[in-house]
Design a protein around this ligand. Sequence first.
Ligand SMILES: Nc1ncnc2c1ncn2[C@@H]1O[C@H](COP(=O)(O)OP(=O)(O)OP(=O)(O)O)[C@@H](O)[C@H]1O
Length: 264
Amino acid sequence: MTVTATVPKLQLSGLNKSFGRGDKRIQVLRDIDLSLADNEFVSLVGTSGCGKSTLLSIVAGLEDFDSGTLSVDGAPVTGPGLDRGVVFQSYTLLPWLTAQGNVEFALKAAGYGAGERRDIAREHIELVKLTKFANAYPSELSGGMKQRVAIARALSYRPKMLLMDEPFGALDALTRHQMQELLTRIWEEHRLTVLFVTHDVEEAVYLSDRIVVMGIGPGCIKQTFDVDLSRPREPDSASSAEFIDLQREVLRSIREESLKVELA
Ligand SMILES: Nc1ncnc2c1ncn2[C@@H]1O[C@H](COP(=O)(O)OP(=O)(O)OP(=O)(O)O)[C@@H](O)[C@H]1O
């Protein structure tokens, strides 16, 4: 019988990263091994400064690394690519363009023709439920709406993977929950693979299949938790004993690292 090995969607092996030169050189990531399967939702959590954003930027191809390997679908990552959509905490929209215009602008940069740009942008503005605001400028949109445009833009080239760095960190609690539900729906419908950085452990448990806790000094993978809670998850899921126990375990793991920083 032939057994075919499944290639992970994303794979990092023995990855190291430092900033600076000479005696100012500081290692921020050490020996990172991380694999994401197709359609998996993985959150990265950890004490401030442990290297979560640096790791995400490396996967996005926006930051280089010293050694180790990084591949998507088995192919080495050599820079940013349309196979990975990125959403940051700051909305990064162009203020002089409408919601529709912002998505179209990104598609133009990706080489799409005018008609196609209009249709794809309209479809993605609809996906994030902003059709009524398609012609509004960023200054006329709330934080949640701006982040929906950023998600529409990141998804417009139909990437296989979504890389999100604290995308809902600046939003109020209610908008944040709405955005979590929207993201879950899009993730389920589009079979995306998501790598999600957050400080909010409840958010990580609610959204993820797996939570990776990073350690510090230098940044490393400390512990991984499988989230075995059934789906679909409801806002009420957060009050179940299983949910709360897992949240507590993850928090404990993060706090051990914070203590190291405080005692250093
Ligand atoms: N461009 C840079 N040049 C030098 N050092 C950097 C640079 N970017 C990040 N660092 C350092 O790398 C380490 C990791 O930073 P990073 O922002 O990745 O951590 P983080 O876990 O995302 O933090 P936070 O949770 O506070 O956002 C920190 O010590 C930071 O000061």
